[in-house]
Write a protein that binds this ligand. Structure first.
Ligand SMILES: C[C@](O)(CO)[C@H](O)COP(=O)(O)OP(=O)(O)OC[C@H]1O[C@@H](n2ccc(N)nc2=O)[C@H](O)[C@@H]1O
Ligand SMILES: Nc1ncnc2c1ncn2[C@@H]1O[C@H](COP(=O)(O)OP(=O)(O)OP(=O)(O)O)[C@@H](O)[C@H]1O
Length: 295
């Protein structure tokens, strides 16, 4: 079976952590979290074409990131043992829009999109739960993108309960710095003892992020952007940053504030969604190519 005539083009969305509580630290050093993941329609795009040469390529290269370190490459390699059509490799074209290391999960999302695409193209036919388990080896945020639904998450982010959230608009702002997730999680002043809450409370919570104070302390640029955004509403940090966001009922208000944001910061306006754009596009591709898949 050669699918190369029908490249599969899939969006790879960003997530926001609407709140992030750290409820404890495990013996392996990792932290137990409770968080509300909202998927968004702000996306990278990945195009997958199978090849007969058994090679995995990614173009264009991401500057200062070796292909072997790219989570897309790692995800494809983790799926290789499950491939049913042995001679097939894949050529992947990445259109990157999501800022890297910004707390919106771009790398994790790219990995999840790759697992989902190749699960079909390589006819692995693994259930989503198995793909999520494989993806967890690449990062704590991969499972939510594999499962493809906005969700309340516990553990390190892998214990997921899908939720139906409002779908407001967001202004996302990226300060001009990179926040090291490892540095934030090793700071001795990090809040690590927030009492666990029940999912029934999670949807009505204000939206505190336990990493905020430590992130602001280490990163003056995030602090400056946070103070600016706070003048315009209930500014929040996603993940361990650096990205900050504000919520809006309508797109016009979000765009208006975006237009007045100082040029030195990158900004995006997007909308929350409950179902991942990746899954919607993948299902459409499968529907359209049913005939091919049946062979
Ligand atoms: C903060 C979140 O963005 C919330 O969605 C994620 O939990 C972060 O997930 P991630 O970027 O995939 O993080 P990883 O690359 O797995 O971890 C980077 C480092 O952060 C620390 N880390 C990460 C996640 C976690 N629950 N506890 C931790 O202590 C670990 O020292 C780890 O070595
Ligand atoms: N395809 C990829 N896209 C982006 N980053 C990648 C990719 N592959 C590997 N990486 C590496 O992973 C790091 C984290 O990327 P990512 O964009 O997921 O961070 P993040 O938004 O902070 O995620 P999180 O919220 O999960 O912490 C990057 O700094 C980069 O070195």
């Amino acid at each position: 079976m050669d699918y190369s005539v029908t490249p599969m083009k899939l969006p790879s969305p960003a997530k926001l952590n609407l709140f992030l509580h750290i409820t404890g630290q495990r013996s392996d050093g990792y932290h137990d979290l409770q968080t509300l993941f909202q998927l968004t329609d702000l996306c990278d795009t990945l195009s997958f074409s199978t090849n007969q040469q058994n090679r995995i390529t990614i173009t264009p290269e991401i500057a200062s990131l070796a292909t072997t370190d790219n989570l897309i490459f790692k995800a494809a390699n983790l799926l290789l043992p499950y491939r049913q059509n042995d001679s097939h490799g894949v050529d992947i074209v990445l259109e990157k829009q999501l800022p890297m290391g910004g707390g919106i999960g771009g790398g994790s999302s790219n990995a999840a999109t790759t697992l989902l695409a190749l699960n079909t193209l390589w006819q692995c036919d693994l259930p989503l739960s198995k793909l999520a388990e494989i993806g967890l080896n690449l990062g704590a945020d991969v499972p939510v993108f594999v499962m493809g639904k906005s969700a309340f998450a516990e553990g390190v982010g892998e214990q997921l309960q899908p939720v139906e959230l409002d779908t407001p608009y967001f202004l996302i702002l990226k300060p001009n710095c990179h926040v090291s997730t490892g540095q934030i999680f090793t700071d001795k002043h990090l809040t690590r003892d927030t009492p666990p809450i029940k999912i029934s409370h999670a949807l009505s919570l204000g939206g505190r992020n336990d990493c905020l104070d430590v992130v602001l302390k280490h990163n003056p640029d995030v602090n400056e952007a946070y103070l600016w955004l706070k003048n315009h509403g209930d500014a929040k940090l996603t993940g361990t940053g650096a990205c900050l966001f504000l919520t809006f009922d309508n797109q016009q208000d979000a765009e208006r504030l975006r237009a007045s944001t100082p040029d030195k910061w990158q900004t995006w306006v997007c909308q929350g969604c409950n179902l991942s754009p990746t899954h919607i596009a993948l299902n459409q591709w499968i529907e359209k190519n049913k005939g091919l898949l049946a062979h």
